[in-house]
Design a protein around this ligand. Structure first.
Ligand SMILES: Cc1ncc(COP(=O)(O)O)c(C=O)c1O
Length: 382
């Protein structure tokens, strides 16, 4: 197999250098003016009233649940297909994750399965827009209103994605974005929590920084992240155009192959393509080996993520010293009697991780690299 010089992501340059040097020169390194400016710009970009800069998105998810008073004995609806933080945040509040199945179009939570698993204990729904593909947001907003259960959007992959012209992260009671180095808006480590509610805003502001009498945290964003975030935000839309044309070109090049389907989102949606997802329609012999060869040739491609209901956090061999919230005597919900690894999630299990591939197409990746990967994918059959 030939090799390709796939461009690295992220690529920091003069603007980022100047932003960081400016912070040093200001002699003010913890959250201050740069963070406030970034928050103002980010809230305007997403189309929400408030944005709060944090150390990372995991802190944001934790604060989201704390701000909603989710606690011991409460259930929170979660997806099995995400990064661990989208579910471990529930354990941080001593609450009980309820895994629901995903739907095959966006790989986000399935509204019907979520509705089926709502109980009197359900205190929040955490919806993830995986790899920047909008989940079925309109149905979740409706469900959230009908049952009076707050919706938290984990938009960690979805900077700039939209549905019917409205940005992801502007629909839920709270949304959270990751600005981790690998993300499309990349500051090293960073996160943002957005909301339209002045009450939630005030509470999260207190909780993120040693807030008065309440149990609270030090989850502030640094000035460096605030300064870098402003640069990244200025570039985000142009970068997303590159991601989306790479996805479309790949789809075009693979159109004559029945082996793969490139996911381009549904009508009315603009995915952010944090990665492009491709379905593997028929089994490929030695797929793991073939993907390893492609990775070694320089292509950032791999099978997608494994499922979280199988994670040791929810299936420990030995219960941790603090115990397991679903084994608490006061809890008599469904997870009292069902093992997490045995929860039935047929759509998620059928697709992840073996039948979906993720390919990173960040700028300056362009036609040359996309043509290379299309050729290699087709050759896997030969
Ligand atoms: C969907 C999702 N949510 C949350 C996180 C946590 O983000 P952070 O690393 O900023 O804590 C990640 C990290 O990759 C993620 O992919």
């Amino acid at each position: 197999m030939k090799t390709v010089n796939w461009p690295a992501w992220p690529q920091y340059g003069d603007e980022e250098q100047a932003a960081v040097s400016g912070v040093i020169a200001s002699n003010q390194l913890f959250a201050d003016r740069q963070v406030r400016q970034f928050e103002d710009q980010f809230s305007e970009y997403v189309g929400v009233e408030y944005a709060l800069g944090l150390g990372n998105a995991t802190e944001g998810l934790h604060l989201a649940l704390a701000a909603l008073d989710v606690g011991a004995g409460d259930e929170v609806i979660v997806t099995p297909y995400s990064w661990i933080s989208s579910v471990s945040c529930v354990l941080m509040q001593n609450a009980i994750p309820i895994f629901c199945d995903i739907e095959p179009e966006s790989l986000g939570l399935c509204p019907a399965d979520v509705e089926r698993r709502i109980t009197k204990r359900t205190k929040a729904i955490i919806l993830v827009h995986m790899f920047g593909y909008p989940a079925k947001i309109a149905q979740f907003v409706e469900l959230s209103e009908r049952y009076g259960i707050p919706l938290i959007e984990d938009a960690s992959h979805a900077h700039g994605a939209s549905s019917d012209g409205r940005k992801m992260g502007s629909f839920g009671a709270i949304s959270v974005f990751s600005l981790h180095q690998r993300k499309s808006l990349s500051v090293g480590d960073g996160g943002v929590l957005c909301t339209n509610s002045p009450t939630i805003y005030e509470k999260v502001r207190r909780l993120r920084s040693f807030g008065h009498e309440e149990l609270s945290y030090n989850y502030r964003m640094s000035e460096f992240a605030g300064a870098l975030g402003q640069v990244g935000l200025r570039k985000l839309d142009a970068h997303n155009v590159v991601r989306s044309s790479n996805a479309e070109y790949l789809s075009e090049l693979l159109a004559d192959s029945s082996d793969y389907t490139v996911r381009l989102g549904r009508p009315g949606e603009t995915p952010a393509f944090y990665a492009v997802l491709l379905d593997v329609n028929t089994p490929i012999p030695d797929l793991n080996f073939q993907l390893e060869r492609m990775t070694q040739a320089g292509v950032p491609i791999r099978k997608t993520w494994g499922l979280l209901h199988l994670h040791p956090h929810f299936n420990p061999d030995v219960a941790p010293a603090r115990g397991l919230p679903w084994r608490d005597d006061d809890y008599d919900g469904i997870m009292r009697t069902v093992e997490y690894r045995e929860v039935l999630l047929p759509v998620a299990t059928g697709l992840c991780p073996d039948n979906v591939l993720e390919l990173y197409v960040h700028p300056p990746t362009g036609p040359r690299e996309i043509e290379f990967v299309a050729r290699e994918l087709k050759a896997l059959r030969n």
